[in-house]
Design a protein. Structure first.
Length: 361
């Protein structure tokens, strides 16, 4: 590991320790010491090349978006703390390849905290407001110029086809244990085309989307508690604004763990939903079209369903994509997601009312 860090800096390495709990990349905190004795930290990541085969385009997307945000920053923002910054290697590259593995370094934004589970509705409001601001700031960025680093990432129809394929192939010989979950995924396929069809027909605009809009991808300032910086920009791609809203509700709307075993607990918390809708629409109302606002009603169901499909597909494929800490974790992730979709189906009219109320339209 030390030799890799050495490609990015000549400063003395004090320690390298694992950090974060993402399912995809491996992340390390690297403590360094400058010649004058002062110490600082940077982040080093090994990019998961299985998930992201096109590292060059991925880094290009991140650099275009962060560069644009840095150039369009408001006066009260700190360029080193409000936007992620890539640290180029000593030879000037945005990443380095060693023996078929890809590494990058990022500026460590100190004195921040992240949350995996929403602790209070205000956190969710702040989180949604931060993602809405991200969309708003990038509203004039030419989204079509970004590469689709994971092709069809939020194409739920294709996710469904892949799910069916994993059921038919049944490579891990697990399909017989999960017939109920498979059936539920089939029954909810009506959701698959609800957003993709609107994008295809040009009824909603193509925007710069984060595509992993979870609470734990926002750094909050430790002192003020305010959202500071959006991280994990690997999946920044062109898409629909509502994908990010849907993902926030998926990951934070129940207020429970992604693999909660007590499914009784997994239902949409309306107070949290209201906070998220209010937070997003605080600036979302300024730039969203009427047609887009309508997609915000269904997106929580579509994106939660899409992740249920992905978790079950991975379970059936032998857990090759998402990291797992115990044997059936992907199955439990799928179950919580199916339960949440089922619950949201009942609450749809109320969800619609709340979205329109905060959008003011
Ligand atoms: C992955 O690694 P993490 O937790 O940021 C995944 C998301 C899923 C999420 C589910 C590139 O994100 O799409 O919604 O797990 N990222 C990728 O927890 O597939
Ligand atoms: Mg992440």
């Amino acid at each position: 590991m030390k030799n890799i860090v050495g490609l990015f800096t000549n400063d003395k390495i004090i320690s390298i320790s694992p950090m974060g709990n993402g399912h995809i990349n491996s992340t390390y905190r690297v403590s360094l010491e400058e010649e004058n004795g002062s110490q600082y930290n940077i982040i080093m990541q090994k990019i998961n090349n299985y998930v992201f085969p096109d590292v060059a385009n991925l880094m290009q997307n991140i650099c275009s978006v962060t560069g644009y945000l840095q150039n369009n920053m408001s006066a009260d923002e700190d360029i080193h703390r409000s936007v992620l910054s890539v640290i180029p290697s000593l030879s000037g590259k945005m990443y380095e390849e060693i023996d078929g593995s890809y590494y990058r370094c990022l500026v460590m934004i100190e004195d921040t905290i992240t949350y995996d589970i929403i602790e209070k509705p205000q956190d969710f409001y702040n989180c949604a407001a931060a993602f809405a601001e991200f969309h708003k700031k990038l509203a004039d960025f030419p989204a079509h110029t970004l590469a689709e680093t994971i092709v069809n990432f939020h194409n739920t129809e294709i996710r469904y086809e892949n799910f069916l394929k994993s059921v038919n192939e049944d490579v891990a010989r697990r399909a017989k244990n999960v017939t109920e979950e498979i059936q539920q995924c089939i029954d909810k396929n009506y959701l698959s085309s609800r957003i993709t069809s609107k994008l295809k027909r040009g009824q909603i605009p193509l925007r710069v989307v984060h595509n992993d809009a979870k609470l734990n991808n926002i750094l909050f300032d430790k002192d003020t508690g305010k959202p500071l910086c959006i991280v994990d920009l690997d999946t920044v791609m062109p898409g629909a604004a509502c994908y990010d809203f849907g993902d926030m509700i998926r990951s934070g709307g129940a207020g429970t763990a992604e693999d909660e075993h007590n499914l009784e607990k997994v239902c949409l918390n309306m107070e949290l939903f209201r906070s998220c809708a209010a937070g997003y629409m605080s600036s979302g109302k300024d730039f969203l079209t009427d047609e887009e606002i309508e997609t915000f009603v269904i997106a929580p169901l579509v994106i939660t369903y899409e992740n249920a499909l992905r978790f079950l597909t991975d379970y059936l494929s032998g857990d090759v994509y998402f990291g797992i800490k115990y044997a059936d974790q992907n199955l439990w992730r799928c179950r919580t997601h199916l339960k949440l979709v089922e619950d949201m189906e009942k609450r749809l009219p109320q969800m619609r009312e709340i979205i329109h109320m905060f959008a003011g339209r």
